[in-house]
Design a protein around this ligand. Structure first.
Ligand code: M6R
Length: 588
């Protein structure tokens, strides 16, 4: 969701800002812009489209500036709506949403201000102009006190030799390197050897000039501790692959080993005690992370007989959920910055749950509010479509299920999770096999993914991946539910992907396969049971290894991800940057 960079130092700011913005493009790529201050003058360049459109700005002179890559919320992607927003002597870049923009704009208009964009962000520049009395830091403080909603801001002023940064519910980091100081919404924009990075907490301000000075919301100076990050991991590298999505899928076999945990009393004392005493688990998450939570529900309930509620975070946060005592809340989020997941997690904690963060980013906002952090260790994921992070979440959650099942004297499952490390390598081969299915999907008006139990959860993820990067309408459906209405949509132009890995439901899922076949649909099967591959109803199938039934999504989702990827490129899309989407959804 939008990216921010800022630079103050001995070098020319423009090329540094543009390089940083290129690294942040996965957060939004509707439009981009930079503002550089030189000799008391603001120089502004903004363009619709990707950061590469800003190439003419490279030559701009000036040692301090701010930049932004946008994912449109308020107002269409256009040059006029692109950041930085300038009013008077001020330029501002903003991530987040200003919820009281209308009343603030009315107030500014009553003073005679005219707005040039449709964005909520522009009002911030107008408020700065109003509150400024020669001190940019106090003007920023006074301005943010008027804002409702979420924001990460970097502000410059023609008269001031500094950048002021502040945040609330939207990530922002600052860093010190040898040639200057930096600000960014994401470490990856400024990660380089030797840059020491600090993360701002809600309400904190940082003033960037020859050094960085930190203040709390009352403008009292504070000290901050640097955060640890792996510079190498933060620098995206395609390593010969055409797209990050395919590269990240290929990494799944090696990623899994890093996400398997042996939770024991000795190694994870406090968390192990909470885990094994828990009477109810609530999982809050969005998108793909929600689907990994659903897969985990089937495994935990089956192996441990503990109720697991999986909640879409954007719903949970507003529904006054019931949190019983002894509830373990698992907030699952690749980025650890998803606004809805953060709000849901905080709510669960406020209501008395023990909050564990299952996340891929160890210094993310989610880790700061959690009682325990369970890192998924998938490594940086660049493609907007989540792939390896899903698999890492799965095996981490299965590890929890395994520890719990063992503590309850039910079953020892950890060896089965380790077996997945070899099994997933065989499943990887099916990624190429599904390429032959692609022509059947190119002209489809809609696609169905069917399954029961854990296969239903896998179907949902297969469908989300397909929608996200191919733009084909599709639905993941419980196989038995189709006949209650949705079957009306199926005809000979509807490819149906059936996932069949649960022995007890196999014939039941095949009933649904018969039903769609009878309506002329072509059926593509992902199964671990060879006997179903050659059924006349099945147009083509891929055979994945047999593993412990509860853990099959680790193997069945791989070919589903590959199907979406290959259909996406066959349709001429860029799977790494699907339209309208951004990697990290830091706004509501
Ligand atoms: O960073 P998070 O895991 O919290 O993100 C949640 C969703 O926004 C994310 O999984 C989204 O659905 C993916 N783009 C799906 O591929």
């Amino acid at each position: 969701m939008c990216g921010i960079v800022g630079y103050y130092g001995s070098e020319n700011a423009a090329p540094i800002l543009l390089n940083g913005l290129e690294k942040l493009e996965y957060r939004g790529y509707d439009s981009a812009g930079i503002a550089v201050v030189d000799g008391g003058k603001l120089q502004l360049v903004r363009k619709k489209g990707s950061v590469s459109e800003l190439f003419s700005a490279r030559g701009i002179q000036g040692h301090l500036g701010i930049g932004h890559t946008r994912w449109a919320t308020h107002g269409a992607p256009s040059e006029i709506n692109a950041h930085p927003h300038v009013y008077g002597k001020f330029a501002v870049v903003h991530n987040g949403i200003i919820e009281n923009e209308y009343s603030l704009k009315e107030e500014c208009r009553a003073r005679g201000d005219v707005f040039s964009s449709e964005t909520d962000s522009e009002v911030i520049a107008h408020l700065l102009d109003f509150y400024y009395e020669g001190n940019l830091v106090t003007a920023v403080k006074d301005t943010v006190e008027r804002l409702k909603g979420s924001y990460a801001l970097a502000v410059v002023c023609e008269e001031c030799d500094c950048i002021v940064c502040v945040r609330k519910a939207s990530p922002l980091v600052v860093g010190i390197g040898k040639n200057g100081v930096y600000a960014a919404s994401d470490v990856s924009a400024i990660a380089a050897e030797g840059v020491t990075v600090y993360s701002l907490d809600d309400g904190e301000l940082a003033v960037l000039s020859t050094e960085i000075t930190f203040f709390n919301q009352n403008l009292v100076r504070i000290e901050k501790e640097k955060i640890e990050y792996d510079a190498e991991e933060e620098i995206p590298d395609l390593k010969g692959y055409r797209h990050f999505m395919r590269k990240e899928m290929a990494e799944i076999p090696q990623v899994l080993g890093k996400s398997i945990y042996d939770y024991t009393e000795e190694t994870y004392r406090e968390f192990y005690r909470i885990l094994t005493q828990t009477e109810q688990i609530q999982i809050v998450a969005c998108g793909t992370a929600y689907h990994s939570g659903l897969c985990a529900k089937y495994a935990i309930e089956s192996l441990c007989r503990i109720p697991v509620e999986v909640c879409i975070a954007s719903e949970y946060r507003y529904l006054d959920p019931i949190v019983r005592s002894g509830t373990l809340a698992l907030a699952v989020s690749q980025s650890g910055e998803t606004a809805d997941t953060l709000a849901a997690a905080q709510l669960a904690k406020n209501k008395g749950a023990y909050l564990a963060a299952v996340t891929n980013v160890p210094y993310s906002s989610l880790t700061r509010i959690a009682d325990a952090v369970l890192p998924t260790n998938a490594g940086r994921e660049v493609a907007v479509a989540a792939t390896k992070s899903f698999h890492a979440q799965l095996v981490l959650l299965y590890s929890l299920a395994s520890a719990l099942a063992k503590a309850k004297g039910r079953e020892e499952c950890l060896p089965h999770i380790y077996d997945l490390l070899d099994q997933v390598k065989c499943a990887e081969e099916t990624c190429e096999e599904v390429r032959s299915w692609v022509p059947h999907f190119l002209g489809a008006r809609s696609v169905f993914f069917l399954g029961r139990g854990a296969d239903y959860a896998s179907s949902l993820e297969g469908s989300l991946k397909l929608k996200e990067i191919t733009y084909l309408p599709s639905e993941g459906y419980p196989a038995g539910e189709l006949k209650h209405g949705t079957l009306a949509l199926v005809d000979c132009s509807t490819p149906v992907v059936a996932v069949l890995t649960q022995k007890a439901f196999a014939e039941k899922t095949m009933n649904a396969v018969h039903e769609v076949y009878a309506r002329g649909a072509k059926v593509f099967l992902i199964t671990c049971f060879e006997e179903y591959c050659n059924r006349k109803e099945v147009t083509s199938s891929v055979l994945i290894p047999v593993c412990k039934e509860e853990f099959t999504p680790v193997l069945s989702v791989l070919p589903l991800q590959a199907l979406a990827y290959y259909v996406s490129i066959a349709r001429g899309n860029n799977p790494d940057k699907p339209r309208n989407l951004a990697k990290s959804v830091t706004v509501e």
